[in-house]
Design a protein around this ligand. Structure first.
Ligand SMILES: [Zn+2]
Length: 331
């Protein structure tokens, strides 16, 4: 087992005592979002209506309380007085209770308080009595989400620098992400075994729905470049929606042609001893099929096909959680 790069341990909720986590710098400062907590339709939601009819577009930040880049972008846009010309624009600070605990000296701890807010978006679950802070907040936001036509959910990553869109199962989300083109990598997947993400909520994921939910993983959690990637994606989405005034927004030329990768296998850790065999942090393409990339206890994890893209490996994975997604490029 000595060849493993990562050994047993907690998840992102591990703390600074973890030597691997303690090497991750925090180069962003958490914004003061207190001006945006009240005065909107819901706590932590600001919503603006244009003078002409149009779709309801929403941008969510802080579904994970420690992913502060999205909050920095929304705070800046709100201070600048961002307003739609048509339709409606809602800017949502989601898990504000977890965000309130953000500590740059222990930045992984505030991802959530009781449970991952991006695993609770199942209608049956949302309708049931709920005690977790995240499930209660999701239930509070749900009536607003139920009016959204187009959603962009801003996220960032602990290990992976290369940004990507995640579309879930929706062909419409896939097509939109490829059209936006920034970031150029688009990953279609089927979500997580342990709960639905916001983009998997049926309003966005049902085959007969014309609503679109798109998630962007914009780079490392606490790097300034991540905010720029979020702004590029959100600007492209807002322009495409048609709700903004003519000529609004900075130009972000695409860095390369967009590419679609479809997840072929979601690797869930079945043991307490999952470890990768190389210094993978995501975005790598493994050329040869059957390459050994990780050990899960005694089980070997191998690439199922040539040119296998590693999507968001977790170097600190708990049993029962997603360790990495493996994807194949499609033309
Ligand atoms: Zn996230």
């Amino acid at each position: 087992m000595s060849g493993r790069v990562s050994g047993p341990g907690g998840s992102e909720s591990a703390n600074k005592a973890d030597p691997l986590l303690s090497q991750i710098p925090v180069r962003l400062a958490a914004p003061d979002i207190s001006p945006w907590l009240n005065g909107g339709p819901l706590r932590g939601v600001q919503s603006f209506t244009g003078s002409e009819p149009g779709p309801h577009v929403a941008i969510t930040a802080l579904i994970h309380g420690n992913e502060i880049g999205g909050a920095i972008l929304l705070d800046r846009w709100l201070r600048e007085g961002l307003r739609p010309a048509r339709g409606r624009l809602s800017l949502i600070f989601a898990n504000i209770d977890a965000f309130a605990r953000f500590d740059p000296n222990d930045p992984t701890q505030s991802r959530y308080l009781d449970e991952d807010m991006n695993r609770v978006w199942d209608p049956a679950r949302l309708a049931a009595p709920m005690r977790s802070i995240e499930a209660r907040r999701a239930r509070e936001l749900r009536p607003l989400i139920d009016t959204v036509d187009l959603l962009l959910d801003l996220h960032s990553m602990l290990w992976q620098r290369r940004a990507l869109f995640i579309t879930g199962v929706s062909d419409k989300a896939r097509d939109l992400a490829l059209k936006l083109g920034t970031p150029p990598l688009v990953v279609a997947d089927e979500g997580h075994a342990n709960g639905r993400r916001l983009v998997d909520y049926p309003r966005f994921s049902a085959p007969d729905s014309d609503k679109i939910g798109l998630l962007v993983e914009a780079g490392l959690h606490w790097e300034p470049s991540t905010i720029e990637t979020m702004e590029a994606a959100a600007t492209a989405m807002l322009r495409e929606s048609g709700i903004m005034p003519e000529g609004w927004g900075k130009d972000f030329p695409p860095s390369e042609p967009p590419r679609l990768a479809r997840v072929t296998r979601t690797v869930v850790a079945v043991s307490h001893r999952f470890g990768f065999l190389g210094p993978y942090c995501g975005g790598e393409v493994i050329p040869r099929r059957n390459t050994l990339i990780a050990l899960d206890g005694e089980e070997e994890i191998r690439t199922p096909h040539d040119n296998c893209l590693l999507v968001m490996p977790s170097l600190r994975v708990m049993r029962g959680h997603t360790a990495v997604r493996l994807a194949r490029f499609e033309s």
